[in-house]
Design a protein around this ligand. Structure first.
Ligand code: SF4
Ligand code: SF4
Length: 222
């Protein structure tokens, strides 16, 4: 899922300081699961914005609502039920949701309440870790299911680098070197021989280096 965390309150209050009617809009997708921008968080944020604006001597109506998802045209239409009630939307969705509202509602002010951080999973209660960078050309079949793009600090395709020491990453010694993990895991799976094959030079064009990517499924498009 997409992992995100709330921006500092002062930053959000500053964004909306000149707005009079503010809709704090939750997303019931990924950001609910990672406890950053679901209904509960939007309700709390609405109260905090109210207090923050009051403290700054500003007057505004602030209310909260939610959409099933903010990354889907079908659900964005749900905003229309609040027409005339807001002059700004503070979205607690990830950056995709904020972009989608901006794309589909060209006359609406929309502000991000979250910092979108990465694609990850829940490692333990209250801890999420990055697992995939959406590179568009997955190599997990070559690396025992562990991602070198997202989890190696240098996104190496042929690690470990010379700086890996005792299974730790040279860039951040608190982090395990994923290439050491890949090597050990391939050994456990009796597949280390596969690692001696020369991999073709990686083509990074699928990873977004040529601008925003698009995926079209002919079988689903109308
Ligand atoms: S190789 Fe690419 S697609 Fe596969 S997990 Fe890593 S970043 Fe994601
Ligand atoms: S120590 Fe390992 S994880 Fe860190 S940059 Fe080198 S190969 Fe990548």
């Amino acid at each position: 899922m997409i992992i995100a965390e709330r921006k500092p309150l002062a930053e959000i209050v500053e964004m909306v300081q000149d707005c009079k009617k503010i809709l704090v809009l939750a997303c019931r997708g990924c950001v609910t699961v990672c406890s950053a921008g679901g209904e509960r968080e939007a309700e709390i944020l609405a109260s905090l914005i109210r207090l923050g604006l009051k403290k700054a001597g500003k007057k505004a109506e602030v209310f909260d609502a939610s959409l099933v998802r903010q990354c889907d045209r079908e659900y964005i239409d749900g905003i229309d039920q609040f027409k005339g009630k807001y002059d700004a939307i503070v979205s607690t969705a990830c950056g995709v949701g904020v972009n989608f509202i901006a794309n589909l509602r060209p006359d609406d002010n929309v502000f991000p309440a979250l910092n979108t951080t990465f694609f990850g999973g829940s490692a333990e209660q209250g801890v999420w870790s990055e697992q995939c960078a959406g590179c568009g050309d997955c190599v997990l079949h070559l690396t025992g299911g562990l991602c070198p793009v997202a989890r190696c600090a240098k996104s190496l395709m042929n690690g470990p680098c010379g700086g890996s020491v005792d299974g730790r990453c040279e860039i951040n010694p608190e982090v395990d070197c994923v290439w050491q993990m890949i090597y050990d895991r391939m050994g456990r799976l009796d597949r280390q021989q596969e690692m001696t094959r020369a991999a073709p030079i990686r083509d990074w064009s699928s990873a977004g280096h040529g601008g925003p990517r698009k995926q079209i499924r002919e079988d689903l498009s109308v």
